[in-house]
Design a protein around this ligand. Structure first.
Ligand SMILES: [Zn+2]
Length: 487
């Protein structure tokens, strides 16, 4: 079994892994969009180094844009086969891809207008896809994967396991004559506000493991809850608006259900909560539909007819006009709006209105890449450019790390515990993080390697058939036996 990664290799975005089985069958695991700045995003426009029409199947681990966002492009370029996933992933993928198509087309029109004024229209890249392409893609989804149940897809035995990352997220055990391969997808942090912990995986010969936070240890959930509650109380005392930039899937629902809990218990005063994200509102429907997948507290609330995602003071804001009107509301209120890194979306006009006021509080609950607007605020910038204006940062900034939907180092090691002694192939991480994780694996007697970008890796051995990029990892002993033997 050979692996070639065209995304999430030596980076955390654009997940796309091509598996080639011994008989020549080709299966694509995830087909994600590169996000996080032009240098990465330009890769979305690259031609594929394989013919999409030749693929036997696509399997999705979950519905985050960096795992599904290039699917419509794959279809545009000739893929007509099945796209297998869990039912909640299929439900969320529609919301995610339609939003992505809308942003693509809007972004293109905006760039074109600007370029025309400079007579540089030919430099503007066309949108990757539009809504019509998305609908053709959604027609290929086959939501047949159920946790713990083995199905045979394109001659490969596939058993999905609960990954505990977002609604519907799965890791995959893939069995063939070649051996047993575990693809981790994205794994969740154990103990969280919505997702049950990942289920311990079965033994495997090789594991392709995500490593987003392989060098970190997150706070325990009770400590996160206490931290969030203290930040909210302080923010209410400060008297201004409380801005919470948030991603539409999973994070928004986790924040809403936590706000509801804290307000109902009286820990935090019942102030108005504005959910200013139509996409989050749409995504929440999938949480109702698949409520049985969530932690018992939330699941039971749903079963008894309650809405665990609605604090009693919730206002769901749909139109742009309504969004503008929130700024005229006097007194403290929570405003939850996208996007999570503040690089676009409705959070921007709220920041322009409120970031310069000392009474405002900005509560950051998501990862902020250093170059994003959020990253600059976290780094302590005194002013930041927002919508063409320099805005002073006088708001109080709280950063709460424990809402992360990604496994930390302890979680990753716990995941590997039941997998036997597989060869561990690292993906979905920054190179320094993966390099720091290799000795940790070695101390546990596990062989590890970093999956190189775009080069072919033979999963049965530890040698890269396409050659190794210099200076990444020390040469392991060539054994060629990891996948086949040892159990
Ligand atoms: Zn994810």
């Amino acid at each position: 079994m050979r692996l070639q990664s065209f995304g999430a290799a030596c980076t955390v975005t654009g997940s796309m892994h091509l598996l080639t089985l011994d008989g020549g069958r080709r299966i694509l695991i995830d087909c994600g969009l590169f996000q996080g700045g032009e240098a990465l995003e330009v890769r979305n426009h690259e031609p594929y180094p394989f013919d999409p029409a030749d693929l036997d199947a696509v399997i999705l681990t979950h519905a985050h844009l960096d795992h599904v966002g290039r699917l419509p492009l794959l279809v545009n370029r000739g893929y007509r086969g099945p796209v297998y996933c869990t039912p909640p992933t299929a439900a969320l993928a529609g919301t995610v891809l339609l939003d992505s198509a809308r942003l693509q087309v809007e972004g293109y029109r905006q760039d074109l207008r600007r370029a025309r004024r400079q007579a540089r229209e030919e430099e503007v890249l066309p949108p990757l896809y539009d809504e019509e392409d998305v609908h053709r893609t959604l027609a290929l989804l086959r939501p047949v994967l159920e946790f713990g149940q083995t199905v045979t897809l394109a001659g490969l035995r596939v058993t999905p396991g609960r990954a505990g990352h977002i609604l519907g997220s799965a890791y995959l055990l893939l069995e063939s004559a070649d051996g047993r391969l575990l693809m981790s997808g994205d794994l969740g942090h154990r103990e969280s506000g919505l997702q049950p912990d990942f289920t311990p995986p079965p033994q495997a010969d090789a594991v392709v493991l995500e490593t987003t936070y392989a060098n970190r240890r997150h706070r325990a959930w009770p400590a996160t809850l206490a931290e969030f509650s203290a930040a909210l109380r302080q923010a209410v005392r400060a008297g201004g608006k409380i801005l919470i930039p948030s991603f539409a899937i999973e994070r928004s629902q986790a924040i809403l259900s936590t706000l509801r809990k804290l307000m109902e218990s009286g820990e935090v005063p019942r102030i108005p909560v504005f959910l200013d994200s139509p996409m989050a509102a749409r995504a929440t429907r999938a949480y109702f539909e698949f409520g049985d997948e969530l932690i018992p507290e939330v699941r039971d609330a749903l079963r008894s007819g309650e809405d665990p995602f609605a604090p009693s003071t919730l206002h769901v804001v749909l139109t742009g006009d309504e969004s503008q009107r929130i700024n005229r509301y006097d007194g403290p209120a929570v405003i939850l709006a996208g996007n999570g890194m503040m690089t676009g979306g409705r959070i921007q006009h709220h920041l322009r209105h409120h970031l310069w006021k000392p009474g405002t509080s900005l509560i950051i609950v998501s990862y902020q890449s250093p170059l994003s607007l959020g990253g600059r605020i976290v780094a302590g910038a005194e002013t930041v450019p927002i919508m063409g204006e320099d805005i002073a940062v006088r708001a109080r900034v709280h950063t709460i790390g424990g809402f992360s939907a990604h496994a930390d180092q302890d979680d990753l090691l716990a995941f590997l515990e039941t997998a036997g002694t597989p060869h561990v192939w690292l993906v979905h991480g920054e190179v320094p993080v993966m390099q720091a994780f290799l000795p940790v694996l070695a101390s546990l007697g596990l062989k590890g390697d970093i999956v190189p970008d775009r080069q072919m890796v033979d999963l049965r051995g530890s040698g890269f058939s396409g050659g190794r990029p210099p200076g990444l990892v020390p040469d392991p002993e060539p054994t060629g036996a990891e996948v086949k033997g040892g159990h």
